[in-house]
Write a protein that binds this ligand. Sequence first.
Ligand code: GAL
Length: 353
Amino acid sequence: MKKRLVSRILATAMAGVMAFSLPVMAEEATEDTAAEETTEANPELADKKVGVCIYQFADNFMTLFRTELENYLVEKGFSKDNIVIQDGANDQATQSNQIDAFIADGVDVLIINPVNSSSAATITDKVVDAGIPLVYINREPDASEEQRWADNDWDVTYVGCDARQSGTMQGELIADLGLDKIDMNGNGKVDYIMIEGDPENVDAQYRTEFSVKALEDAGLEVNCLDDQIGNWDQATAQQLVANSLSQNGDDIEVVFCNNDAMALGALQAIQAAGRTVNEDIYLVGVDALSEALEDVMAGTMTGTVFNDHFSQSHSAADAAINYLTGAGNEHYIGCDYVKVTGDNAQEILDMVK
Ligand code: GAL
């Protein structure tokens, strides 16, 4: 039910927002809608074993993702006992052992959120050798790795959103305020700090690059005062932003965080420094965690970007099912982000809660 609401919100958002829209996204949205229509549980899936590897359970967004993934797999006809979800604890060696154990156990399909995207080739080789179909989620392997799946016609795909879109939306949330509001120190520039996620991860790289690019594309001059690695983590970001505020003081006009967990940490530091979001500093994140949505509504966060864990987890499960039923999949299955401001935060919150 929630999924249908997502589609409606997405349609509204798509109509309003984006210069960013690429033809490929329209195609992907259609695929996603098609996947949504198959709602019946399939009795043939009841004895199929699914192995799921999550890079780290202690990650707010991936917790929403895996919870929804498990629920949806059960809804589709898998038995809860046949779905095993492992915590990679942010350690590739640990996760590789878990993958080996899943292979030894003879799982029918694997869904993997790699700790290191750069390990994807090694993971793919062993899973393909074992004859197990593979769905990567959330951390996209590089283009040459994805090309191998197509070239060899392997049952391997990636399900995720294009992080360039979320970065662009973050930049637009700020650019839309207009230079007069942003430029509180009057130097004619947008003075910002950037708190990045895991730098090995393409989501962090693209959000960092495209948020700033959106400001430039809007004709604004930018000035980066600080760029730090927060590894998607709230407490780390709080510390980093506290340090940066004490070094750069009132010159910081905008705080970009690659995700909401870090934006929540940034907000704690901003408030501790006696600054006020939307009055003397602006703050944006990505994910649309409930807490961040509450902040957007209260005006203590300028905006965020909804990272649609419903759509992504459902598409990942549907892709796994398509392999098991022999229907097969494209090697890339996309999903759209939604820009969140005070205008639609309540609507998104009603859906994610
Ligand atoms: C991102 C998400 C982050 C974090 C990361 C893990 O898409 O925005 O909060 O979960 O994935 O790879």
